[in-house]
Design a protein around this ligand. Structure first.
Ligand SMILES: [Zn+2]
Ligand SMILES: [Zn+2]
Length: 318
């Protein structure tokens, strides 16, 4: 259980290495008319990214973020538009995407998500919220025993919100990063917001995931006409984020499978040096954006459990 926070810590460490010059969140970047990308401060605050989508009379925000991230995203939304935030879409249940829910609903927004997000919350909460309260002041300061679940959930995919000026489609393609991964697609603008089903950098947490099924989810995303990919972590980009993220999951599983079929044990693949886990596995250069020495050991462990048990990593006790 501690591992998820450890993974976040590693991601933060890593981001430091990669973006030593960039300590702060990137301010709103205009992606298309009325669509802004806000890169969260992963390094210092473990915030996720947000997307602000302008409708005729209101705004839709992608991801609630942590409470402190929610307040920053809210302030940024006010900078780009005087319209109220009506909907906040939780891409998945992780704290960096949902623990700010009550901040948004307190300001009159409605939180929405696929049913799988609420189900995952029931599965893992309130244990994770209570652990996080010990680590994060913004979560402790909410004075709640448990995270606020999304207020409205749906199971139809795509779930569509449209008001005549813009069409927003919410897709569920299956279990990748979590059982509830929702993606947001703007067909006219060819913009896809992926949550953590696709990230732009070595930020993949696989503990609640399904590495074997992950590429199929991205196959679904790749069927959409996409010019802009706005990930849950890391910078904005294009389709190459989907392609690379998909390849990473395939190569990870393939490399682990090859070693396991040679009789290698987990202890052979993940060793310890100077008190730190080290993955004894080489992945192709083509996926190096998604690989880091800090995050690979846990990913190898999860992939190893998947190939040897035939179960998804997230289905195993953790
Ligand atoms: Zn995240
Ligand atoms: Zn996540």
């Amino acid at each position: 259980m501690k591992r998820i926070w450890l993974a976040a810590g590693f991601a933060a460490l890593l981001a430091l290495g990669f973006a030593i010059t960039r300590g702060d969140a990137q301010p709103n970047t205009l992606i298309a008319p009325g669509v802004w990308f806000r890169e969260g401060d992963l390094v210092n605050q473990e915030h996720c990214n947000n997307v602000i989508i302008e409708m005729k009379d209101y705004l839709i925000v992608v991801d609630a973020n942590y409470p402190s991230g929610a307040r920053l995203a809210m302030a940024d939304a006010k900078k780009v538009s005087s319209k109220p935030v009506k909907f906040v879409f939780d891409t998945h249940h992780h704290g960096d995407h949902t623990y700010g829910n009550a901040v948004w609903t307190g300001e009159g927004a409605m939180t929405i998500a696929f049913q799988g997000v609420a189900d995952e919350m029931k599965r893992y909460e309130p244990a994770r919220w209570r652990d996080t309260m010990k680590e994060r002041k913004d979560v402790a300061d909410m004075h709640r025993d448990t995270p606020e679940p999304p207020q409205q959930t749906f199971t139809d995919s795509p779930h569509v919100i449209t008001d005549g000026t813009r069409r927003v489609e919410f897709y569920y393609f299956g279990w990748a990063h979590t059982r509830g991964d929702g993606l947001v697609y703007l067909p006219q603008e060819r913009v896809l917001c992926t949550g953590d089903a696709a990230v732009n950098g070595p930020y993949n947490f696989t503990g609640d995931g399904n590495i074997g099924n992950w590429p199929k989810v991205l196959d679904g995303a790749l069927k959409l006409k996409v010019d802009h990919v706005l990930p849950g972590h890391g910078g904005a980009g294009g389709k190459e984020i989907l392609v690379g993220q998909r390849a990473f999951m395939i190569e990870l599983r393939k490399a682990v499978q090859a070693e396991a079929s040679k009789g290698k044990k987990l202890d052979d693949l993940v060793q310890t040096a100077n008190g730190k886990p080290v993955a004894k596995l080489q992945l192709p250069d083509a996926v190096k954006t998604w690989v880091s020495a800090e995050s690979l050991p846990d990913q190898v462990k999860d992939a190893y459990h998947e190939v040897t048990t035939g179960k998804a990593a997230g289905d195993l006790p953790h």
